[in-house]
Design a protein around this ligand. Sequence first.
Ligand SMILES: Cc1cc2nc3c(=O)[nH]c(=O)nc-3n(C[C@H](O)[C@H](O)[C@H](O)COP(=O)(O)OP(=O)(O)OC[C@H]3O[C@@H](n4cnc5c(N)ncnc54)[C@H](O)[C@@H]3O)c2cc1C
Length: 336
Amino acid sequence: MVDGVTVGAKGQAITVLGAGVMGLASATELASRGHAVALVDPALGPGEQGCSWWAGGMLAPWCEFENAEEPVLRHGRTAIDWWERHAGGVTRAGTLVLTLGRDRRELHRFARRTKGYEEIGGNRLAEMEGDLAGRFDRALFFPSEAHLDPRAVMARLLARLAERGVSLTAELPDDPGRIIDCRGLSARDILPELRGVRGEMLVLRCPEVKLARPVRLLHPRVPIYLVPRGDGVYMLGATMIESDRIGAVTARSVLELLSAAYALHPAFGEAEILELGADARPAFPDNLPRIGRIGDRLYANGLYRHGYLLAPAVALQIADHIDTGEKPEFWHETEN
Ligand SMILES: Cc1cc2nc3c(=O)[nH]c(=O)nc-3n(C[C@H](O)[C@H](O)[C@H](O)COP(=O)(O)OP(=O)(O)OC[C@H]3O[C@@H](n4cnc5c(N)ncnc54)[C@H](O)[C@@H]3O)c2cc1C
């Protein structure tokens, strides 16, 4: 027995709090193993209230390794197949990393801190992304990376959960069984070490520029990325500000993000701004996820800037813990 629940018992009653990427991935993994899962979210699904709504959807473990710990690379590599298996719609086209000429040192620095890339010249770049031809003479190409549309994959996970009989309610059921808390930043009431890292983004329509894959433009102060969503629509992100303020996007951030996009390609100056969004990424002090127990509830949180990249691995660890009692790699001992 663990926490009064028989370890290994299939068909356990489990209630997952939160229908962001962490809650949906956990519910998916548990339901696929035969547990009787219920989902609870006061918003009745993924939406603007959740950080997962605003994400770029890059599955970029090699690029993220620039600033992340080894587990992000190791577990992030497995995320691409997990998403393909459970939601589909993953585009495996790699990532391009560029700098403007004056920031060339940033490209060398990035190359030193990452791996899994090819250094390419202007001709190869022009073959890959015709609209960048003649604009850059050097780039790093990360061929094994991928991207997805966060809102689309969350909708598909939710639909598949409904097909498996997983209910989604606004309130905790009378008999919730074992509770797994995936409330993101809202869980600060029980996780005081959780902090917010504000991210701001725009959605642009710019059919004049056709990019097949995410492009990161390095800059010492304002690095940006563009993630193609299809039909000339791009997610442009994202600021990284040590603040949990979730108010509207600031003028300065819009100016900086758009100026960088304009430097990547001047046609972005004519783009339509479809959306402005901001949220705060839930993060622990080491910026790695944690699985733990507070009282009689398990929690999974702290996905920081790696929600789509790490939710599959965290969900697998949670499900293994429930099935076998095994202590997850991301386990964090909490003093109750
Ligand atoms: C601009 C931006 C870009 C990003 N880009 C990427 C990217 O490219 N790749 C990547 O991997 N990650 C990215 N991230 C990070 C990623 O979005 C987060 O790590 C992730 O969304 C965190 O997910 P979560 O499920 O823990 O939290 P959330 O998405 O915030 O979900 C929490 C859910 O809990 C619900 N909730 C609140 N209170 C309760 C309650 N009492 N009971 C039940 N439910 C409750 C909320 O309604 C919400 O739906 C980005 C983040 C930002 C802000």
